[in-house]
Design a protein around this ligand. Structure first.
Ligand SMILES: Cc1cc2nc3c(=O)[nH]c(=O)nc-3n(C[C@H](O)[C@H](O)[C@H](O)COP(=O)(O)O)c2cc1C
Length: 217
C-alpha cells in the first residue's frame, strides 16, 4: 500500500529565535559574519560551515551545490575544490558566485555575492597537506564531476595510488585548490514571527565602504 502523501503546504513554522537590530550590527559584514559563525560554532549546530555555492558559466544556467567554508579573513571566504569540476569550469568562465548559509537551529541565513578568485598555490598546498591521508588520496583519485563507469573504477585507482604513495608524500593535484570569494554584497536574515523577518543588506559603494540597508522580508 502506498504511503499517504503528506501535504507540504501544511508545514508551517513560526520563527521566534531572535531578532536583528541595525545598531548592534558591525559596519563590516565579514566581522558580522564572524560573530554569527562563532555563535553557531559555540552552539554546536550541525554542519555550520556548509554553504550552498551557486555558479553560472557562459551559458548562464545556474548550478548550485554544497561546499564547506574552510576559512575567512578580512578580504573574503575560502573553500577548496577541484578546478576542473563543473563549478571550477563555470568560475573560469564567470567568476561571479553566490554562497548561502542556512543555520536552521538559529533560524538565520547569510547570503553572499561576490567574485571567486583562486587562492595562491602556497595556501592550497598548506591546506591540502593538512588533510587526512585518505582525503588527499581521494582528491588524487577523483576527476570531480566527470562521468565514470562504476564505483569499482574509483576503488581500484584508490588502491593503486595507495600502493604507489605508501610512505611517500602525496603531491597536491594541480587541479585541486582553493578559491576566495571577495564579497560585493552580504545579506543577513533572521527569521521573525508572522513572516516579518529581519533582513539587512551590506553593499560596497565606489569607495569600497559598506552601506547597510534594511530589506522588506
Ligand atoms: C556537506 C557537504 C560538503 C561538501 N563539501 C565540499 C567541498 O568542500 N568541496 C567540494 O568540492 N565539494 C564538496 N561537496 C560536494 C559538492 O556538493 C559537489 O557534489 C561537488 O563539489 C561537485 O560539484 P560540481 O559538479 O557542481 O562541481 C560537499 C557536499 C556536501 C553535501
Amino acid at each position: 500500500m502506498m504511503n499517504q502523501k503528506i501535504n507540504l503546504s501544511e508545514i508551517r513554522n513560526e520563527y521566534l529565535k531572535g531578532d536583528l537590530n541595525e545598531k548592534e550590527m558591525h559596519h563590516d559584514p565579514i566581522v558580522q559574519f564572524g560573530r554569527w559563525m562563532d555563535e553557531v560554532l559555540r552552539m554546536g549546530v550541525h554542519e555550520p560551515t556548509a554553504m550552498l555555492l551557486a555558479t553560472a558559466g557562459r551559458n548562464l544556467q545556474p548550478t548550485s551545490r554544497v561546499v564547506l567554508l574552510k576559512d575567512y579573513d578580512s578580504e573574503g571566504f575560502i573553500f577548496f575544490t577541484n578546478y576542473e569540476s563543473t563549478k571550477g569550469k563555470q568560475i573560469a568562465e564567470n567568476p561571479f558566485v553566490s554562497a548561502t548559509f542556512f543555520w536552521k537551529e538559529v533560524e538565520r541565513q547569510v547570503h553572499i555575492h561576490g567574485k571567486a578568485v583562486p587562492v595562491e598555490s602556497s595556501l592550497s598546498d598548506e591546506y591540502f597537506h593538512a588533510r587526512p591521508y585518505e582525503s588527499r588520496l581521494g582528491a588524487l583519485v577523483s576527476a570531480q564531476s566527470r562521468k565514470i563507469s562504476d564505483r569499482k573504477e574509483l576503488e581500484t585507482k584508490f588502491e593503486e595510488l595507495s600502493r604507489i604513495f605508501r610512505n611517500q608524500k602525496i603531491p597536491r593535484p594541480k587541479n585541486w585548490g582553493g578559491y576566495k570569494i571577495f564579497p560585493d554584497s552580504v545579506e543577513f536574515w533572521q527569521g521573525r514571527s508572522n513572516r516579518l523577518h529581519d533582513r539587512f543588506l551590506y553593499e560596497t559603494d565606489e569607495f569600497q565602504t559598506w552601506k547597510i540597508s534594511r530589506l522588506s522580508p
